[in-house]
Design a protein around this ligand. Structure first.
Ligand code: C2O
Ligand code: CU
Length: 564
């Protein structure tokens, strides 16, 4: 039987059996159908028809407590209407009603309290489930009770205050929903946004302001009325036919003849990308999930899974005004491609005078950097490791559940959230091995909360050039095995106290996989401290917000804003 992957995935009965048993022509090799959206032709967006927009930067209130200054940011999770496809409105559910949500920009060492108010409808129309939320700041070494633990949920008309330490080096983080079993639908509905932690090194070495452009890439499929459609192919994943960048379909960005920095987040719930420039010019990789790489690495194309952040530079100075260069997606195995999923966005080189003059905060480079800065994760060597752990990513073909070493989040729930994959000591360095044993049918972007890791090896060889920087998500491709070297640092300067640590999630960041049910947890130090559900529960939102004290050690976040 020669069925296309899309046909196979679309067949309910086969879907229920699981597609693992079928021999499928794998994607990454061509288009398998024109589209999957049900939009009328006049409502179907066309590539390069709209301009790129940057999400607004979220304002904050300057606050003070006994530890010094901190910032209070507030977002309200609520319904909104987005203009994505021509002629129709798309309901979204986002932070401040926009998708992606507003960008948070914070200098290193600035303590932050993020207040998240759940004013969503009772049910998420896509999942049909109660619209509870749990907010995870992905890339932050937060305490477990502020880490978006899947079962630490806020209900409609609740709020939760999340404290973030921000002592880590500069990086592109993102905040997104992590609600148990509906993370995929909640994030797909719009609950995702970038968060930029800045520091001196990053400001010195990389473009800023106008030349520092966040790109959040997602894919979507639409119903005829313009609302988001959802089909996760028996939890294998959702592959939309429309590529959005910052919420707009295949947009165009006008650029000056200068070097630009792009902070690229793949916030697709399942799709992975293989990005390249249409003229073959290099993407100069300068930062990964955990911030600056020790050395800039030019690449022709690279594999970019969900939740990974890569920052790369493009030099437009060599091109005449009027040149267009497209950002393309060559795709990877086990994605489903449509007519236009090979396109992401377009850059159009314009005269400096065609764009507003640079603000004081804007700056770029006159040439591409070479040496950048190292980091704790990238300085580790295998000799530092005093422990190891092995993880198998697999799928139970009877229950259709994705699992980690035969275990799932249901096991964690059944244990009263006590079950652990492993337990490590604060500041311990360990080498973890992650093996994809799902028979060539799936890739898994594995995310470990709390830590930055170094990809020590990939299939026994050196990692790819572009992943030689601090990471918190690793693309574990079909039949691949990766080794990860990491230090379980809880607080700034290693100031670990007995009260730091606790339980942290580890999971696949293909969100339908995560929800069904490829997630478990590990503990750092004492698993009983900082209970992720009980230590800082949500509260009812009466518009009054009693103060809670700074929960981290005094070494975390000095309130010293010399860095601002
Ligand atoms: Cu971005 Cu546990 O997730
Ligand atoms: Cu997965």
């Amino acid at each position: 039987m020669n069925v296309s992957r899309r046909e196979a995935l679309g067949l309910g009965a086969l879907g229920a059996l699981g597609v693992a048993g079928l021999t499928l022509p794998m994607a990454g090799s061509g288009v398998e159908a024109a589209s999957i959206s049900k939009l009328a032709p006049r409502n179907m967006p066309k590539p390069y028809g709209v301009k790129l927009v940057r999400p607004p930067v979220l304002p904050f209130a300057d606050m003070e407590d006994k530890d010094g200054r901190y910032r209070l940011y507030t977002v309200t999770e609520q319904a909104g209407l987005a203009s994505i496809v021509p002629g129709l409105k798309t309901p979204v559910f986002g932070y401040n009603a926009i998708a992606p949500g507003p960008t948070i920009r914070v200098p290193q060492n600035m303590r932050v309290k993020l207040r998240v108010r759940n004013q969503l409808p009772a049910l998420n129309p896509i999942s049909g489930e109660t619209f509870n939320t749990s907010t995870h700041l992905h890339g932050s070494a937060s305490l477990p009770q502020y880490d978006g633990y899947a079962d630490d949920v806020a209900h409609k008309d609740d709020y939760k205050d999340y404290w973030y330490p921000n002592w880590q080096p500069a990086r592109t983080l993102w905040y997104h929903d992590h609600n148990v079993h509906t993370t995929a639908q909640n994030a797909y509905s719009g609950l995702a946004a970038q968060y930029h932690l800045t520091d001196r090194a990053e400001r010195e070495l990389l473009p800023q302001g106008h030349y520092d452009v966040p790109l959040t890439i997602t894919d979507a499929m639409f119903a005829a009325n313009g609302s988001l459609a959802y089909d996760d192919n028996s939890h294998s994943g959702l592959w939309g036919d429309v590529i959005l960048v910052n919420g707009r379909p295949w947009p165009v960005l006008q650029v000056k003849r200068k070097i630009y920095r792009f902070r690229v987040l793949n916030a697709s719930i399942a799709r992975s990308l293989r990005l390249r420039l249409s003229n073959g010019a290099p993407l100069v990789m300068v930062a990964t999930d955990g911030g600056l790489m020790p050395k800039a690495r030019p690449v022709a194309d690279y594999r970019h899974a969900g939740a990974e952040r890569y920052e790369w530079l493009v030099d437009f100075s060599q091109y005449p005004v009027g040149t267009t260069i497209d950002l393309q997606n060559l795709s990877n195995k086990n994605n489903v491609d449509y007519d236009n999923t090979n396109k992401v966005m377009r850059f159009e080189v314009v005269a400096d005078t065609a764009l507003p003059p640079d603000s004081a905060a804007s700056k770029t480079l006159s040439q591409m950097p070479d040496t950048l800065v190292s980091s704790d994760a990238m300085s580790l060597t295998s000799a530092d490791s005093t422990g190891s752990f092995y993880m198998r990513l697999e799928r139970d073909d009877v229950t259709n559940q994705f699992q980690i070493s035969g275990k799932s989040w249901e096991d964690v729930q059944a244990s009263g959230h006590q079950a652990l994959l492993t337990r490590v000591q604060p500041d311990q360095v360990q080498m973890w091995t992650v093996e994809n044993r799902t028979g060539g049918g799936w890739f898994h972007p594995l995310h470990i909360h709390l830590v930055d890791f170094q990809i020590f090896s990939r299939n026994g060889r050196a990692p790819f050039d572009y992943e030689r920087g601090p990471k918190d998500v690793v693309y574990v491709g079909e039949d691949e095995t990766v080794k990860l070297l990491m230090k379980f640092t809880l607080q700034k300067g290693g100031g670990n106290t007995v009260n730091a640590g606790g339980r942290y999630m580890v999971h696949c960041h293909n969100l339908p996989h995560e929800d069904h049910d490829m997630m478990h947890q590990f503990a750092v130090g004492d698993p009983a401290v900082n209970d992720p559900i009980l230590a800082a529960p949500c509260k009812e939102d009466y518009g009054e917000y009693p103060d809670d004290g700074w929960p981290y050690g005094s070494g975390d976040g000095s309130g010293d804003t010399a860095d601002a």
